[in-house]
Design a protein around this ligand. Structure first.
Ligand code: UT7
Length: 332
């Protein structure tokens, strides 16, 4: 019998109803639709407006969408990995609450944080548990309520991010479908380029940090952009070479949705035409841990068994990487 691989067998997603358009942002900060569109590719993003609802709410909706669409018994799920940069609260694990709420009563759960690469790293972890034979059904959720850490008076960040969640189920596959290879990287050089200064163990929140808005995301966009463009393209090209894949062999690039220009540069280096690139940044913005699974949700009906997918991401830390995965099912 061949090696057991970990295949994605189901996907689900959720985005909140409220649509924050570029036109609305024009009334909030000094920006304009033309700048946002040409510099980022974003036209609108979704925001979870209801008070008292956090990332878990988004994650629960996404997981329930997956469960309902695919007739899955949540009691059969062995573990729930919650990829997020915006947990409901410190210490209390968000994934544990999510698992309980969706009825995954026999699962254990934990949160995984690697900024915008959280979901990509989670794919590696979920697959490793499956490949080892230890667990049979691993639910990986990527969810972020970015609006909870964004300053809506800062035009350099508030135009970029949005809220959303996506979930995928990993199961063993004896025919070689699923995750085939990965290149995961990180470099602490990025620590100061994308961060929240206050609220952590170095600088706990206090009146002054709140007054200085240090509980919001800070991004040195230019630096992050430079590293993102070269590194996301590098790992994507390397994973193709390592697996003897040409641009013709790759059916889809599934890229982190941070900036359309970063995505275009990666696709170009891989020799892929636009039709092979999953894009939803125009309607959701950057949903951090949710971008990759939300791409799968949006494109699921176009995916065929055996399609070669290359995932790529880049995020704070810095964290980045690429995953090569063979799609395991035809449209259901
Ligand atoms: O997902 C995690 C990883 N994150 C990323 O990958 C994000 C990487 N960075 C980026 O996507 C881009 O750097 C941004 C979209 C954040 C910014 O785009 P940019 O082309 O790098 O712009 P910039 O920061 O170089 O700013 C250019 C100009 C500046 O004005 P001056 O100094 O040339 O007069 C900014 O003040 O654009 C100005 N600007 C804006 N103008 C209108 C900055 N933000 C805005 C805005 N509207 N929202």
């Amino acid at each position: 019998m061949g090696k057991i691989t970990a295949a994605i067998t189901a996907v689900g997603g959720y985005i909140p109803d409220y649509v924050l358009t570029n036109q609305i942002l024009e009334t909030m900060v000094d920006t304009n639709d033309e700048w946002i569109t040409t510099r980022t590719g974003i036209k609108e993003r979704r925001i979870l407006k209801e008070e008292g609802k956090g990332t878990s709410f988004l994650a629960i909706q996404a997981a329930n969408d997956l469960i309902k669409k695919n007739g899955i018994d949540p009691a059969g799920i062995d573990m729930v990995i919650m990829a997020t940069a915006t947990p409901d609260m410190p210490v209390a694990v968000t994934g544990v609450y999510v698992a309980t709420q969706i009825g995954a009563v026999n699962a254990f759960s934990y949160d995984l944080t690697a900024a915008c690469s959280s979901f990509l790293y989670g794919m590696s972890i979920a697959s490793s548990y499956i490949e080892s034979g230890r667990y049979k059904k691993v639910l990986l959720i990527g969810a972020d309520k970015m609006s909870s850490i964004i300053d809506y008076e800062d035009r350099t960040t508030c135009i970029i991010f949005g809220d959303g969640a996506g979930a995928v189920l990993f199961e063993p596959n004896p025919e070689g479908y699923g995750l085939r290879d990965e290149i995961l990287k990180s470099d602490g050089i990025g620590r100061q380029s994308l961060k929240i200064d206050a609220g952590g163990s170095i600088l706990p929140a206090n009146e002054e940090t709140v007054r200085n808005k240090q509980h919001y995301v800070f991004q040195d966009g230019k630096t992050v952009f430079k590293f993102a463009v070269s590194n996301m393209a590098d790992v994507s090209e390397r994973i193709m070479q390592r697996n003897n894949l040409t641009g013709d062999d790759v059916d889809w690039l599934v890229p982190h949705q941070a900036n359309k220009r970063i995505i275009d540069a990666t696709a170009k280096r891989m020799g892929l035409p636009e039709e092979k690139v999953m894009i939803n940044i125009h309607k959701y913005g950057n949903t951090t841990s949710a971008t990759l699974p939300l791409c799968l949700v949006d494109y699921e009906k176009q995916l065929k068994k055996g399609d070669n997918l290359v995932f790529a991401s880049f995020g704070g830390g810095f964290t980045w990487g690429s995953v090569y995965l063979k799609w395991a099912y035809d449209p259901k």
